[in-house]
Ligand binder design. Structure first.
Ligand code: AMP
Length: 114
């Protein structure tokens, strides 16, 4: 069996994380190397490697992730706005092969991204 990703280990409570939200379908926790004052990662509990691996069966859970992102943004009071990013594949710099959305806020975010 393939080795667990670091995010699967967080889901399974094998390594610690600062969890900000959890339900049956997903988990959200603080990024260990924050790129903005708020940097939360929102992940499905189901093991989906990247956007490239999303199937029709995943549509409900992926839609749910966005509802959760909105809820977290409201709870954290991100009234000034926020950015949601997912890196897919090598050129985008994806490091962890478990689908995740970065929720970034708390400073002016440059556009276009690097
Ligand atoms: P990506 O480059 O899009 O795959 O992003 C992976 C993100 O996971 C990076 O922002 C890392 O800082 C973050 N990360 C890696 N390991 C951990 C961890 N143990 N806890 C929280 N965030 C992590």
């Amino acid at each position: 069996m393939a080795e667990k990703t670091i995010f699967k280990k967080i889901i399974d409570r094998e390594i610690p994380a600062k969890i900000v939200y959890e339900d049956d379908l997903c988990l959200a926790f603080e990024d260990v190397n924050p790129q903005a004052p708020t940097h939360v990662l929102v992940i499905p509990k189901r093991e989906i490697a990247s956007v490239d691996d999303v199937t029709e069966e995943d549509e409900e859970v992926v839609g749910h992730l966005f509802a959760v992102i909105k809820k977290i943004a409201a709870e954290l009071g991100l009234a000034g706005g926020y950015r949601v990013v997912t890196n897919c594949g090598r050129d985008a710099g994806q490091e962890v092969m478990h689908l995740h959305f970065h929720l970034l806020a708390g400073r002016k975010l440059a556009w276009p991204p690097g």
